[in-house]
Structures are given as C-alpha cells and as structure tokens.
Design a protein around this ligand. Structure first.
Ligand code: AMP
Ligand code: ZN
Length: 463
C-alpha cells in the first residue's frame, strides 16, 4: 500500500515517491515563526505533517524519509518582539524555539532530521539572491532592497492559478505579495507592484539586526520567502519530493519559493505540494492577530493531556477546516482511554495482521484520518480476540498516539455540564429525588460522572 496525497499543483491525488536512486523521500515542511508560543492551530498543521512522515516511514522504512522543518527566526514580527523586550533577536527567538520544541515533544511529534534556522543560513540566501541578480531575475531598488522580478518568470502563479488581472500592480493580490513581512518600501520603488523582496535594506527600526547584503552591498536582512528556497536546497537538494504547509502558505509564500528556486537552479523545485486546512474557532481561523487562540499550556493547565490535544487535532480530515471546541478534548481523552484499555488486553499476542488493512487503506487514501479512526474503533469495539498486538502498535505509531502517557484528570467540565450539576445539587438539597436522578442521567449522557461528597460534588469524565 502506498500513500497518495492530494497535490495542490496538479490538483490530483498522486502517490508520494522518491525521485533519487537512494530511495529517500525528501520532505520539506515550512516551520514556525518563533516570536511567541505557537497556538494549537499551528500545531494542527505540524501534527498532520508528523503523521504524514510516520505513514511514509512505515511505507518506505524509517531511514528512507528525510524530514526538514525550518524555523523562521528573522522577520518583521520577531524583530518587533525583540525591540519590545529590548533584547537581542536571538535571545527572543531561541526562547520561543525551545518552547516550540518542548510542545512538539509533548504532542508526540518526532524530531525533524534537520531543523534549520534562517539566521544560520544567511550566506546560502545571499548566494541565491546573487545568482538571481546575475541571471536577470532580480534587481536592486533605490533603497538597496533587492526584489524578484515576477515578470521574468512566465510560470509565476501556476500553483495558485492566479489570473493575469489579479496580479496587476495595485491589485489586492499584488499589495499582499509579502507574506509574513509587511512591504518595506512603497510600491513605487518596485519596478512592478507584484515583485517581492529577496533582501530588505536596513531601516532604523531594525536596530542591530543586519547582515552584509548581496554583492557586499547594502546591509539588511533576507526576505521571508528566500529562506525556504535556500534551506531546502542545502539540506535536501535541488528537487524536493514533498513540500507542505498550511493553506495560507500557498500564496504568496510557496508561489514565491517556486519562482526563486526554479529561476536560480534551473530545475523543477517540488514534485508534490500538499496543503492542510486550518483550525477554526467559532468559524474563524485561529490566529494570533484575531486573538482567538489556545496554546498547549493553556489546555494543560485546564487539565487536558497533550495526547488528547493531538487526538482532537487529528480527528478531522486534514484537508477540511476543523472547528475546535473544548468538548472535543473530552471525547479525545475517552477515545484514548479506550485504546489504552484495549492495548492492555492484547499483551503480546499475535493474530491476524491483515485486520488493520482498512485503517492503513484510509490513511493512504489522502490521509483520511477520520476514516482510519472509524476503521480502528470498529476493530476495538469487536474486542481483542485475534488481534495482532504488533500490528496494533504500528497503527498507534502511524497516528503518533503514545498510550503510555498517564491519564490526567480533566478538571474543567464544559459550562452545560456544570449547569446540570448545579441543578442536580439544588434538587438534592430540596430532596427532589426524581429530578436529581434524571439530571444524573443527563450528566452521564454528556460523558461526565457526578460524585457526591458531604459538602459538595466532583465532576469527573465518565468511563
Ligand atoms: P507561522 O508560525 O505563522 O508561520 O505558521 C506556522 C504554520 O502554521 C504554517 O504552516 C501555517 O499555515 C499554519 N497555521 C497558522 N494558523 C493555522 C490554523 N489556524 N490552523 C492550522 N494551521 C495554521
Ligand atoms: Zn517556507
């Protein structure tokens, strides 16, 4: 069985394959910007990618997948944060990088084979910019910034299927062709409004953040897009087998990466593009700018186990938006408890290794995780007879579910359940036993148990 993923470039479902004779799948996943704690929306993307990597490792062998995930440690946001805290840039980014790594570990993500940071690859980025200038794909603007000349690459816009008119200077798309960075110069200084920055000349607000620029001129810093072109080339080579990120990266970031890499290297940049969908809160994308986010710490402080967070973030189809609710964490904790109990019953028994084929078939079919979980639980519900323990463990590896994690008590019941509990407590005080019993049933139906004490009650997740 082979993993097929929807390819955003060809818009078809295609198998992931290794192009090089060594059979290694070269896999690049755009990483986080490290200026604050990543939110669980970001982690949805990274957990989905970790799952892809696990499924590929099971298919190709663990030494046949090379997974690189970068760290963006210089851009407008990181510089702004360092300035705000009056600390060196690296101090700020290192702190949040460490936090990101710790959260990834807690969420069961395997370490990337390489985790390169943009500021550790300035010469590689300068080199690419110089090649692009030499080949006539880039030019220096009046302020010393260097821009990629979008006109010079006729293929531009193929990934995102941009229409000509949408790319006209002054259009919303052209104005937005910056990504994480805001435009550093007026549109007038670019030859064309769609051109994007490869190098950003130093400005006073950048403070101490600057490096010697391309051709030894104009100190400044690299633009955001060039880092991924340079770091993927250094750590994976000219052509990647798989390149991924959240859907918001498709334009302009990935479109710009293609332009930079193909114009510089003269060969195809990426053989397979995969983009996963966003985590929403109340129908809106979870994001730092909207402030509608949860961090892992916030959830663990409420008593939720990181593994339950992983489960909840994986429970929806990766290419569909997923609305996050705290209730989904209770369901996830229950599901994991079921898996843990089932695993305990298996011991090291051997059984029918083909039993889990439907689970792998769903995973291989465009990472249909809900389908795979459905197939898994239909086996779990039938009971442990004839189930092969080792194959079950392979399935757990694919999902990244660590069942050894101790179950954490979930202290915070949702508001509806607390309201029912309050009503039941009042009914009990009034010795209205039929109402109290009916409410107990409702609380149970919501997945909670109300344990009475002399002077009050505790709410615990059922089962
Ligand atoms: P950033 O740190 O902003 O560069 O984002 C890191 C990754 O998280 C990118 O792949 C984004 O596409 C992804 N991302 C950002 N917001 C969300 C969200 N609400 N749901 C899922 N992925 C997201
Ligand atoms: Zn990137």
């Amino acid at each position: 069985m082979a993993l097929q993923l929807y390819d955003s470039f060809t818009r078809t479902l295609r198998p992931i394959t290794a192009a090089q004779p060594d059979g290694v799948v070269r896999y690049y996943n755009c990483g986080p910007t490290v200026y604050a704690a990543a939110h669980i929306g970001n982690f949805r993307t990274f957990i989905i990618n970790d799952t892809i990597r696990r499924v590929l490792e099971l298919q190709f062998g663990s030494d046949k997948v090379r997974y690189v995930r970068n760290v963006t440690d210089v851009d407008d946001k990181t510089i702004r944060q360092a300035k705000l805290e009056q600390r060196p840039l690296r101090e700020i980014t290192q702190k949040w990088w460490n936090k990101f790594s710790a959260d990834c570990r807690a969420l069961g993500c395997l370490e990337p084979h390489v985790e390169p940071a943009a500021t550790d690859h300035i010469p590689e980025q300068i080199n690419m910019i110089e090649v692009l200038m030499d080949k006539g794909h880039a030019y220096r603007a009046a302020d010393g910034s260097v821009y990629f000349k979008v006109d010079s690459f006729p293929e531009y816009g193929r990934l995102s299927r941009l229409k000509e008119r949408e790319l006209k200077p002054g259009s919303a798309l052209a104005a937005g062709n910056t990504g994480k960075d805001t435009a550093s110069v007026d549109a007038d200084e670019k030859e064309d409004g769609t051109d994007f920055a490869l190098w950003k000349a130093w400005k006073p607000e950048d403070g101490a953040v600057k490096w010697e620029g391309p051709q030894g001129q104009d100190p400044g810093r690299p633009g955001w897009h060039i880092e991924c072109s340079a770091m993927s080339r250094k750590h994976l080579g000219l052509t990647l087998d798989l390149h991924t990120g959240g859907v918001d990266l498709l334009f302009p970031h990935h479109e710009n990466e293609i332009a930079q890499s193909e114009c510089c290297n003269g060969v195809k940049f990426v053989r397979h593009w995969y983009h996963s969908e966003h985590l929403l809160v109340d129908g809106k994308k979870m994001s730092k700018s909207l402030g509608n986010l949860y961090t892992l710490d916030e959830l663990t402080e409420m008593g939720h186990a990181p593994m339950a967070v992983r489960y909840a973030l994986l429970a929806g189809h990766p290419r569909k938006q997923l609305n996050f609710t705290l209730d989904s964490l209770h369901a996830a904790a229950k599901a994991l408890a079921n898996l843990r109990q089932f695993r305990a019953k298996l011991g090291n028994q051997s059984g029918d290794t083909a039993l889990f084929d439907p689970v792998f078939a769903a995973l291989h079919d465009d990472l249909n995780i809900p389908g795979a979980l459905g197939a898994l639980f239909s086996i779990v519900n039938r009971g442990p007879d004839g189930v092969d323990a080792e194959t079950f463990d392979r399935v757990m590896f694919a999902f990244g579910f660590d069942l050894t994690e101790p179950e954490q008590a979930v202290s915070e019941a949702p508001a509806e359940v607390t309201a029912l509990a309050e009503k039941r407590w009042a009914a009990k005080q009034a010795k209205d036993w039929p109402t109290a019993d009916a409410l107990r049933g409702e609380i149970q139906a919501a997945g909670w148990t109300m344990k009475d004490r002399k002077d009050g009650y505790d709410l615990e997740p059922a089962g």
